[in-house]
Design a protein. Structure first.
Length: 186
């Protein structure tokens, strides 16, 4: 039998997004014509994860959005972020970031809901977020006209390194007293 661990390592490495255990099982079963269990695959992934925890490696296997992905270790984030800044020519505009935040916290949400919160038209921002695959169409509302509902995508989860939308910071965690206007009364 060939080294299954190396095949799993190759699948994780080749996957642009996190690869789920089920996807790994499917690929291996098709290649080796034998059954694999989730527990067996998880065991191999644990071994791979431990291998890359050694100081000799600048990358590690991380579980994100219920899938596995190779990422740079935190010690190297500063230098990698410099490269990303240099290479990123198409950053999100402030309007797109605001729109994304509203969708993330209020999902599922219609374009009209987003526009009411922002106070401006959001067609362009929503189109750009769809193109970048940070949001997705999640269905249609039961409201008059059945407007499209938007929510965050798995790419959003990967990009922000979270497994579930509940892992987003709570608004009270990110607000501070310096950002308030006027005097606070109780």
């Amino acid at each position: 039998m060939q080294n299954i661990e190396q095949y799993i390592e190759a699948l994780i490495f080749a996957s642009e997004q996190g690869i789920r255990t089920e996807e790994i099982i499917y690929c291996l079963q098709a290649s080796f014509e034998r059954d694999f269990t989730s527990e067996e695959i998880e065991g191999y992934i644990t071994a791979i994860t431990q291998k890359y925890q050694q100081d000799a490696f600048a990358i590690e296997v991380v579980k994100i959005n219920n899938g596995y992905q190779f990422l740079t270790k935190k010690d190297y984030h500063a230098v990698v972020s410099l490269l990303q800044i240099q290479r990123s020519k198409k950053k999100l505009s402030q309007a797109a970031l605001e729109t994304l935040a509203i969708i993330a916290y209020k999902q599922p949400v219609t374009k009209t809901d987003v526009e009411q919160i922002r106070g401006v038209n959001c067609d362009y921002s929503i189109q750009k977020l769809l193109e970048k695959e940070l949001i997705a169409i999640t269905g249609k509302s039961e409201a008059i006209g059945k407007p499209i509902l938007y929510g965050t995508s798995s790419m959003f989860m990967d990009y922000f390194g979270i497994n579930d939308i509940s892992e987003l910071p709570q608004l009270k965690e990110i607000s501070n007293e310096e950002s308030t206007i006027g005097e606070q009364t109780e």
